[in-house]
Unconditional design. Structure first.
Length: 154
């Protein structure tokens, strides 16, 4: 049974904000998000280049036993990295280099949607579809060399 990612942000939106002081703390935060990221989910990861989106994904992938932290890398050039866990398939997707709806269609993201899929989407805000359809939005703001403000909107 597949899950449709249509919907809207309701008045019941919840926001959690955390400041991390190191990459290790950001990874630990990612591990702690497992309970709110149970599939099926579409998650927008927002933040400037180098903000720490992939660092957070390292923790999420480890939390779901889908990949070791050292095996998680940025999908900037490959566009999609897949991490298969026992319960969850994580797709870490980077749309930074995707500019048109046609280019987006060629990625086949709809084919990745399933009951055990967690789509972690960087630069998804470039396409209004994902802003409307997202289940969770995580915004990462660089405060300093190692400090990050992370807002989780569910």
């Amino acid at each position: 049974m597949s899950h449709s990612y249509t919907g809207f942000v309701s008045a019941q939106t919840s926001v959690r904000e955390v400041v991390t002081h190191s990459a290790e703390e950001t990874i630990a935060l990612g591990r702690s998000l497992v309970s709110i990221l149970m599939p099926p989910k579409l998650v927008l990861l927002r933040g400037d280049l180098g903000a720490g989106k992939t660092t957070l994904v390292k923790g999420i992938a480890k939390g779901f036993d889908a990949a070791e932290e050292d095996n998680v890398t940025s999908p900037t050039f490959t566009l999609i990295h897949e991490y298969r866990g026992f319960r969850v398939n994580i797709y870490h997707i980077d749309l930074y280099r995707i500019d048109t709806p046609r280019q987006l269609e060629t990625l086949g993201l709809d084919d990745l949607l399933s009951e055990n899929s967690l789509l972690l989407l960087e630069w998804g805000e470039k396409f209004s579809r994902f802003v409307r359809e997202r289940d969770v939005e995580i915004q990462i703001e660089r405060l300093g060399e190692t400090e990050r403000r992370i807002r989780i909107v569910t």
